[in-house]
Design a protein around this ligand. Sequence first.
Ligand SMILES: *[C@@H]1O[C@H](CO)[C@@H](O)[C@H](O)[C@H]1NC(C)=O
Ligand SMILES: *[C@@H]1O[C@H](CO)[C@@H](O)[C@H](O)[C@H]1NC(C)=O
Ligand SMILES: *[C@@H]1O[C@H](CO)[C@@H](O)[C@H](O)[C@H]1NC(C)=O
Ligand SMILES: *[C@@H]1O[C@H](CO)[C@@H](O)[C@H](O)[C@H]1NC(C)=O
Length: 663
Amino acid sequence: MNFSPLLLLIITKLIYCDERSGRVRRIVGGEPAVPPPEDEPVVFTRFGGKTARVLGVRDFPHYVFRGIKYGLAPVGKERFLRPRQYFLQGFENATQFPPPCVQPVPGEDKVIGKEDCLFLNVFSPSLPTGMEGLPVIIWIHGGGFRYGSASQYGVRQLVGKQVVVVTIQYRLGSLGFLSTGTKTLPGNAGLWDMVLAVTWTRNYIGFFGGNPNNIVVMGHGTGASSAIMVALSNVAKGLTSGIVAMSGSSLSQFATDDAPANTAMDVAEANGCPVGSELTMVRCLQNLSPAAIIKVDSVIEATRLQNRGFVSGLAGKLGSAPVFEGRRDGRSLPPVAEVEPVNDPETSQAKIPLLTGITKDETKRACHGQFRDEITNKLQKVPEFLDKVLVKNLQNAIGISRDKNSTSGKFLNLLDPNQFKNYLQYKRNNIHEGLGKIAEATADALFNAPAFLTADAWSKRGAPAFLYRFEHVGKRRKGFNFLRGLPLVGNNSQSDDVSNDTVSHGDELSYIFDAQDMQGKSLDSDTGNEEDNKVRDIFTQMIADFARHGKLSVEGQHVKPFSITDNNFVQISPKPKVSNGFRYCEMGLWLGLAQRLQSSTCELFKVLDSQLKNIDLGSGTKKLGETITGIVKGGGKRPQDVISKPTGLLSGNKDKKVFGIGG
Ligand SMILES: *[C@@H]1O[C@H](CO)[C@@H](O)[C@H](O)[C@H]1NC(C)=O
Ligand SMILES: *[C@@H]1O[C@H](CO)[C@@H](O)[C@H](O)[C@H]1NC(C)=O
Ligand SMILES: *[C@@H]1O[C@H](CO)[C@@H](O)[C@H](O)[C@H]1NC(C)=O
Ligand SMILES: *[C@@H]1O[C@H](CO)[C@@H](O)[C@H](O)[C@H]1NC(C)=O
């Protein structure tokens, strides 16, 4: 910032005067002094040995502070590395939305955004009153770790429920997540950005009317998996008091890249950087333009999608993403993500409540839309595509162990693959029905099962988890507006024949947020009807209540936390209700819960009793509760529905360990 000496003097004087004049006093309580004008969007902060006067804007009746810097520009030698904290100081002009982080423009050979993008926005219903402060929700946007910005999500509805909302940015693509999987470049820079933003919130939000002891992290898709990873991370211990994870979990396929060295190698090679030594490679990549790196990410994504097939497009995991770094060895700095945290006993003391859920048909629009031709082709040409290829592939994706010593493992080996026949059956010539079956199977395996497993693991650690399914088919279906470019969402809002009975990935977002462009400009006027408005009111109230109390109620009734005996979940619609038996038989099938499939409820699947009697189900399954055993930590194998030969540069080194120790 360039201040003239005169301006600096004025600012210094302003701060000095204000420190004594009651604006600061108003924050910490104390004697009343001359109050500043009621509606002035100005906040005074004091932290890290620095004071600041932060100027925002009114978005009546709320106060909005846009584009607050929380991290120094991660450029040059800082690229790919952990962010460094920025302390608010002097005069901070928070009246303009920040530039987004560098990202591609979907469908164009163009890149937008800045590398200096570690900003956040604060939205507050009221400035500090000397009371405790309002609950705080930190919003981590989704977009497959490649797209999205903090300013894209209009939060007026949520703020109207008397919560402070902080929307944050983090580095995207390889700029945020490039990792060699070794100490040279451990990766997770973007996760560290999120941790820093959460830390910022803890330190500063009191000045903006929020309660630093009541911070909930909330995200969608990759934002949701990140929210869980950040909240359960050792390095963010005690900072948060709840998680809202919409359509994503650290158990989701897209949460991590389990072959980061391969990705790094692809990125380096395609950028013309040497790959012989990790250090030289990283230095080379640090000298490139950010746009070059992000464009190469797009090429890699397209190539992988082409080679691996549509399931990989539905599942994500097509480029640089967070990594599990393994247990801390005690010598180096603590990692942000050691192992998959939901099933990690070491994180089990963190008993913060969780609200998680999915939409009714996560993958349906994609199956009937952008992947329609590919799926149709495979259904027609690949013999027994459903049972032999798809089911195996999705089972691997879920990450259930086939270890013959575990109950689920025994069971899965028994089930695979013929027992899925009744679940997947469709009339041979009815492609529409076939597409529907694939949509159902992929949604169950890639979204419903991770949500179910997450809620179950949560309840087993003795913390409350609430599960929802968003079912409202309304006019405001705008997943496309928020997540354009994501393979799962596509680049076309119209191309399908299933629009009017489908609630796919991201469609629920418009029942919380107003769609805006990357720079915060409103995208379109609202087209919701009365029912839509009602759903929006119900959903935002639910989230605000959860943030405030860590509990959920529906129509005035408290909701019991999820348990695997009830499989209870909230159906979100204009008439929300609590139901039991969340995808009861389908989860039984995918997760190897034998007892369910033997029950009369699941007769439809016709799993043969005679076969089941032959396996020893172990003591865990005899009781009411069913035991899910053998989830492979760190997620399953990456989906790849047609085994294709490696072709050329970008796919030549798949599944090889690329780097030797120390390069
Ligand atoms: C804040 O920044 C905006 C945009 O750069 C500028 O138009 C405005 O004058 C600035 N406000 C102050 C008080 O400096
Ligand atoms: C939309 O995506 C498809 C591939 O999924 C691509 O072929 C097409 O060019 C894209 N169209 C636009 C307008 O972005
Ligand atoms: C399964 O159990 C047997 C006997 O307890 C043991 O020897 C074997 O190593 C186990 N196999 C696996 C894959 O854990
Ligand atoms: C969806 O809308 C179209 C045109 O508005 C209509 O013809 C069709 O029957 C509708 N489908 C469903 C399932 O409601």
